[in-house]
Design a protein around this ligand. Structure first.
Ligand SMILES: [Zn+2]
Length: 175
């Protein structure tokens, strides 16, 4: 039995983010549902290929179900930052996508990276059920995060160091 087997059905929000200095950034996926926050560690390259894969997947759904409205790509950056606690459940090994046509929900399935010799049945799994717009926004925002050296401050747009930064928009207060 896997130690983690969770469904966020549906997520209130799902996002990705990076924390750390350029070249040493750690990437995360985070979904939340009510008071529950699930954070997973993901490699930068995984996030990048996931973003591309999600766009392709959405295009396929749209092709199959032409009457669906187009998924929105609009987001507010301040809402896309991950929230504390950044307390990852596991490091992602495999990612998959599925679609529940009846409820028009997309599922992002994240499976735990197993240590060498680990049994696949022991891998933790988290299923994030999202709207197509939430998935598209995750794709767009994910690519944005991958392409940046450092996360930028939602207040002033300046890059934020791991220690925080002195924000001119907050009169130099650290945040
Ligand atoms: Zn700032």
């Amino acid at each position: 039995m896997p130690n983690v087997d969770l469904d966020l059905h549906p997520v209130d929000n799902i996002t990705a983010d990076a924390i750390g200095q350029p070249g040493k950034r750690v990437f995360y996926i985070q979904g939340w549902q009510g008071k529950r926050t699930i954070t997973l560690i993901i490699e930068k390259i995984q996030l990048q290929s996931l973003a591309v894969g999600m766009e392709q997947f959405l295009a396929e759904i749209q092709g199959k179900f032409p009457s669906l409205n187009e998924a929105s790509a609009e987001y507010i950056e301040a809402n896309m930052r991950i929230h504390p606690p950044v307390d990852p459940l596991f490091r992602v090994g495999e990612l998959g996508l599925g679609y529940d046509a009846e409820n028009d929900l997309v599922v992002l399935v994240a499976r735990e990276l197993l240590p060498e010799g680990g049994q696949p049945s022991e891998a933790g799994v988290v299923r994030f059920w999202c709207s197509r717009s939430q998935l598209r926004i995750l794709a767009r925002w994910g690519l944005e995060i991958v392409s940046r050296g450092r996360p930028s401050c939602p207040q002033c747009g300046e890059p934020i160091d791991p220690e925080g930064h002195f924000c001119p928009k907050k009169n130099g207060h650290k945040h």
